[in-house]
Design a binder for this molecule. Sequence first.
Ligand code: FAD
Length: 333
Amino acid sequence: MKRAFVYLPTNFFAVQVIERLRNTKKTLFSFEILPPLKGKSIQSIYDGIDPLLEFDPAFVNVTYHREEFIYKKREKGYLEKIAIKKRPGTVGICAAIKNKYNIEAVPHLICGGFTREETENALIDLNFLGIDNVLALRGDPIKTEPHFIPENGGNKYAVDLVRQIVDLNQGKYIDENIENATPTNFSIGVAGYPEKHFESPNMQADIRRLKEKIDAGAHYVVTQLFFDNKKFFAFVKACRDAGIDVPIIPGIKPIESLRHITFLPKFFNIDLPSELTDQLEQCTSNEETREVGTKWAIQQSKELVEFGVPCIHYYTMGKSKTVRRIAQAVFKK
Ligand code: FAD
């Protein structure tokens, strides 16, 4: 008997992130993962995702990590400057997630370290792999830079990257001589900061910049992690007042160790509310700290669900055990 083969495009079953967000009647669950350190296998990614599958993740974000510069001692004491990428593999991991789990994967794409030509080629790779989502970011300065320095011929701000992606979605490539170009179909997320981006002079200015990203064509906002829901609610109100009408997804990270208490505020430029630090100060071990952090994140999440957020996005930082406990308390049917 002859078999009939039906050709399905790679993105046949894809429901873009923005579609999920627009059409949901309940709060969705999503999370962010980091590529493993170079030399580690992709199994560590699967081991992190598997325990979270039962909560029906709407999408999984995969961070992008720029090169770092190190100095290696060579003969006669010369120092050689070497660029290394400690966590490569963002695009490969996204393709693997789609292939293995049929879940939407969202690669983070940054301006730093990319010329516009390289950005275009990265977007073409994603398009060919059937990955139709991207979180468009500027990226932080690298450790050896005093402030963010864009690549020569690269995008300077996230809004420039959004514009480039929107152009590609309209079939406009850098080379104007390309005729009948195939348009891409990226759903575009951008970053928002309930406690303001650290370089921004004030909250109003930062929200104006966020509005520029939305006006340029970004479809939704994912926020920096925060621990005080009041700040998130005020941020959403300020965004709405400024005319930002797209879905705003809160980003939540549970405190899991004594180190987090000082590291998270410093690294992410955020505050911990005193009600939380009062409890954390009583903790003498990582286990006790994790207990307090988990309960706080559960409480935060329940309040956000009540507020009616379209999705809660959890920062796993490579560890899914605590996020699983939170999801069990918040998303279990
Ligand atoms: P932008 O929107 O470009 O804003 C950067 C600063 O410039 C802000 O202060 C803004 O107010 C200001 N600004 C914007 N436009 C203009 C303009 N036209 N003129 C003057 N000022 C302007 N980093 C990574 O390297 N890899 C990741 O995977 C990653 N994932 C992230 C995920 C999320 C959800 C978030 C919130 C951040 C993430 N980051 C990541 C960090 C992010 O790259 C940094 O916070 C970066 O410093 C700013 O990125 P942005 O996209 O918000 O930049």
